[in-house]
Design a protein around this ligand. Sequence first.
Ligand code: COA
Length: 192
Amino acid sequence: MALTIDDMPTLSTQRLVLRPPQPADAEDALALLQDEQVARWYPAPDVVDLASAAAWCTRGADWSRGDHATWHGVDPVTGRLVVNISLFSIDAEHSTAKVSYRVVPWQRRKGYAREAVLAVTSWAFAERGLARVQLEHSVANTASCGVAFGSGYGLEGTLRSAFVTADGVRQDVHVHGRLATDAPIPWGTSCQ
Ligand SMILES: CC(C)(COP(=O)(O)OP(=O)(O)OC[C@H]1O[C@@H](n2cnc3c(N)ncnc32)[C@H](O)[C@@H]1OP(=O)(O)O)[C@@H](O)C(=O)NCCC(=O)NCCS
């Protein structure tokens, strides 16, 4: 089932409003994508200036192909971007998807990634009817591993040498997964 513009929901969490990206988010989006950690682990290399950042936001708001659902979690008072989060590789036949996220550097270690992942995961299961959501990160990205465990995504295995970062280093990848039938937070809370 492809999502249409009418299906694009706004999700509310304790501290965020998650709504489709808007071109007006471009300035914060550019700062987000220029951050060293984002450039290392989750780059968007085609974004180089405000115009390309606005275009990136517009693309994120186009859910018409049905294979992704992307939100910007914003501060409900200021409207400023806090987290970019996507369900992607949505597979309607198998009712599966993957999730990934980026938090603006000035709002990290405040639980925003976990808050957004929990909200999007709940939507994926309850409203989108998915059975499984998968979360992958480089083994070296310990911050993302903490988000995974903190959001109830258990570690299922390691893909060896699965991709290469811009510095030419091949990366092992942790695969985490959460099922619609899992208890809310069923797993441990550390990658160690
Ligand atoms: C990974 C990222 C999204 C985490 O966002 P965040 O909002 O800071 O994460 P949270 O505050 O929700 O952290 C949840 C848990 O993750 C772990 N964690 C988060 N950042 C961490 C860090 N820098 N070092 C170690 N653990 C970290 C902790 O266990 C944390 O729980 P705690 O604060 O109660 O100890 C953020 O650092 C980021 O945008 N990084 C660059 C992009 C990226 O790597 N995206 C993921 C690609 S797979």
